[in-house]
Design a protein around this ligand. Structure first.
Ligand code: ATP
Length: 629
């Protein structure tokens, strides 16, 4: 299988837009995140019981003030103004006013205690994330500091979200406790009227939290995928027109736009449910109180008690509930996402905003330490693939994990499915069953070109300049990176022959090997974390191939090579041998002992080593090797 041009294959890759299964996995992800954050959060709180006790003490003053507010109003009416005793009424109201003073002091105490609860969280997150960023991005101080500043920013979000949540939760618990105690004191029957809608509204709201968090994730993913696709398409309009790829690209754009619309609609539906929950919890109790007033008064509730109950509902319970639900809905959601990143993932995903040209933290990760569990760059989970409903499967329940720093060679006889595997891994072909994941998330819905570069055997080289061609996957690439690619890949001779980077380049005047070199140079300039070479060096001589592969292995974060020669497999740390739908994986040495097919391929490959040839002559050398297969 040969591939379409990189960008085109990425653009019309058959990643499906989000459907219900994606939402389901979003919900599960949200539940997992919640469990993970709870598992780490509880020990944090347990270690701070003294601070929590302090907050509790201050909060009791707020309880007292809330209680006094409604109760004093009731007494002021019943024992004072309605009983013809205005002095008594005034005294009760004065008492309610005085109760505000300790509550004011309590606020000061709460804020002081809050700092002891919030700052250690932030410090801990920064420490953890900084250590992690420096460990996983060792050897690259630039991206290391980028990651550090990124996590510092996210830890600030966590701190603010956590502080908002503690304040709102604490306020709600003590205010509602004060109000409910007051209502019970005025008449226990008031609880019969007020509690059901209050509990129903709160429960309904809590039930929306996880699904709504999942929808928010879906929406953000869809939004990012669409924005990334639009950015890349806009930058490549000329080439899209030149290659006649407008239709598939427009189709992909439509698909992404529809996915975004569907995600927005789903989010809006859940928001509507949330508004209903708020209305039930906040607005229904006073309405029910009014409706039940005659019955309550028949059962002994006084006029003052009724007004006092209204005071509780409107000045205490409703604002506290509103503040809690607002904090849970906004700060809580953000906090969960950020804490999930800190607790659940070894690395934050590459941040396209880390540099204007999209050069995120995607360089090769040098050492992996035992303490860090890196996020797989790509993963196949039980993936099957067939070219048609009745066709024989090419891949059958294949599992494969590619971690940062991995270099995997894929070998096998012709027709064994190597190119199919490359296409599925790169998101160009959709699996018939199973799941492809990139950077720890389902590949479906992610923008393929942001995650991987796929170089097919027949490269796409267009009329223009060498500079244009090298910058094709990263339009803003600085000259220094182009020069580094030219030297590393071995494009110097071609650049000199053409007359420099800005001299006109006519693809028809390049040999197959030279076209492959240009594409390899382009892959060196690109910064997607996963690089897949599908016989992309087949027209190079062994020396040129070794040079290009070594350069790309050092440059790419994770490299997969559909191997053309034994030397490619020998250079890789791991080899996947494909034999029909059967596969074997291991180091080259392990496979020499374990796999008969690998030994056979090795024997077939080994004898003829073509003489080294400059790129211009690479095709002849290549043919010598190919004819031997
Ligand atoms: N577009 C297609 N439609 C139908 N069948 C296909 C298609 N592309 C490949 N196949 C079949 O799928 C199987 C695997 O093909 P694939 O190209 O992945 O193998 P390969 O190992 O890369 O082969 P080679 O080394 O010759 O490139 C083969 O039987 C092939 O005939």
């Amino acid at each position: 299988m040969t591939g379409a041009p990189d960008d085109v294959s990425g653009a019309h890759g058959s990643n499906d837009s989000r459907g219900s299964s994606h939402s389901g996995s979003g919900r599960r992800a949200e539940q997992r995140a919640l469990r993970r954050v709870a598992a780490e959060g509880l020990p944090f709180l347990r270690a701070r019981t003294r601070v929590l006790r302090g907050l509790l003490g201050w909060s009791l003053l707020e309880f007292a003030q809330t209680f006094a507010g409604g109760y004093a109003v009731a007494r002021a009416l019943d024992d004072g103004f309605l009983a013809g005793e205005p002095r008594t009424g005034t005294l009760w109201l004065a008492l309610a006013a005085v109760a505000v003073v300790p509550a004011f002091l309590a606020q000061r105490g709460v804020f002081a205690g809050l700092a002891d609860l919030v700052e250690p969280l932030r410090d801990g997150l920064v420490r953890r994330a900084t250590a992690r960023a420096l460990t996983t991005e060792g050897g690259n101080p630039t991206t290391g500091t980028g990651a550090v500043s990124r996590v510092t920013h996210q830890s600030e979000i966590a701190r603010d979200g956590w502080a908002g949540l503690v304040l709102a939760l604490r306020g709600f618990v003590f205010t509602s406790a004060g109000a409910l105690a007051g209502l019970a004191t005025l008449s226990p029957l008031l609880l019969v009227v007020v509690l059901p809608p209050l509990l129903l509204g709160t429960g309904l709201f809590l039930a929306t939290l996880i699904p709504m968090g999942a929808r928010q994730r879906d929406y953000l993913d869809a939004d990012e995928a669409f924005a990334a696709h639009t950015g890349r398409t806009t930058a490549a309009l000329r080439d899209i027109a030149a290659t006649g790829a407008a239709d598939p690209i427009a189709g992909r754009s439509r698909e992404l736009a529809e996915a975004q619309t569907a995600a927005a609609r789903s989010l809006a539906r859940w928001s509507a449910l949330r508004i209903i929950a708020l209305a039930v919890g906040e607005r229904l109790p006073p309405v029910l109180l009014l409706a039940a007033a005659p019955w309550l008064m028949d059962h002994g509730l006084t006029t003052g008690g009724l007004i006092g109950a209204f005071t509780y509902l409107t000045t205490s319970l409703a604002p506290a509930l509103n503040a809690l639900l607002a904090a849970l809905g906004t700060a809580g959601g953000r906090l969960l996402v950020v804490l999930d990143r800190f607790t659940g993932r070894a690395e934050l995903p590459p941040d396209p905003a880390a540099a204007p040209d999209g050069r995120g933290a995607v360089h090769r990760t040098v050492p992996r330490t035992a303490a860090v569990v890196p996020v797989p760059r790509a993963e196949l989970r039980q993936v099957s693939f067939a070219y048609g409903p009745r066709a024989r499967p090419v891949l059958d329940r294949l599992d494969l994990r590619l971690l940062p720093g991995d270099h995997l060679a894929v070998v096998g006889p012709s027709g064994s499915g190597k190119s199919t595997l490359a296409a599925v891994l790169a998101g160009v072909a959709r699996p018939t069953a199973g799941e492809v994941r990139w950077l720890g998330r389902p590949a479906a819905g992610q923008e393929p070109t942001a995650v991987r570069t796929l170089l097919p055997q027949q490269p796409y080289v267009f009329t223009g300049t060498l500079r244009d061609n090298l910058r094709y996957l990263r339009p803003g690439a600085p000259d220094g990176d182009l020069a580094a690619a030219v030297t590393a890949i071995g494009l110097d001779a071609l650049a000199a022959r053409l007359g420099g980077l800005d001299a006109p380049l006519d693809p028809r005047r390049l040999s197959q090997g030279e076209r492959q070199l240009v594409a390899l140079g382009r892959a060196h300039v690109a910064t997607a974390p996963l690089l897949v070479l599908d016989e992309a060096t087949s027209h190079l001589d062994p020396a040129a191939e070794a040079r290009a592969e070594t350069a790309l292995a050092a440059r790419a974060d994770t490299l997969v090579v559909v191997a053309h020669r034994l030397s490619s497999a020998r250079r890789a740390a791991r080899v996947l041998v494909m034999d029909g739908t059967r596969t074997e994986e291991g180091t080259p040495d392990e496979l020499l002992t374990r796999s008969a097919l690998f030994r056979e391929l090795t024997g077939r490959w080994a004898p003829p080593q073509a003489p080294e040839a400059p790129p211009g002559q690479a095709d002849q050398a290549d043919q010598a090797v190919r004819s031997s297969r």
